[in-house]
Design a protein around this ligand. Sequence first.
Ligand code: 4NP
Length: 150
Amino acid sequence: MTKILMVCLGNICRSPLAEGILKSKLPVNTFLIDSAGTANYHVGNPPDRRSIAVGKKYGIDISNLKGRQFSVNDFDAFDLIYVMDDSNYRNVISMARSEQDKSKVKFILNEIYPNQNFDVPDPYYGGDHGFEDVFKMLDEACTIIAKSFI
Ligand code: 4NP
């Protein structure tokens, strides 16, 4: 079983979409894919309605996901931890206990633009178009991730 965690700030906009998109591209029996937020603002909440809507538009149902906060145990539970932006990266790395923990943490857009450490922009305070852009970036990155396992 390969275990992959997607991380953003609130776990309601970007990382639930990344989770749903990557799940749609990999076999469910050999891949465990989850998401979490570095903050606790939205623990137990469903994804933002705009993330649910853009997922639905492209055939991905994330309406049943529930927000949870990233914890240090996630370094043990997952093989790879993809963060959406630099702030997420710093928050997650600050909780790492070892070089092995740190080595699991990657910028998701580095799958498309290696070593650039680009951010998936936080769409929370913007309009619907931000969610469409985020979906496209995450879809492209997740296609590359999925292909790397085939
Ligand atoms: P996310 O977006 O990190 O992509 O889930 C956000 C969601 C909520 C907030 C910030 C970002 N917030 O401040 O509540």
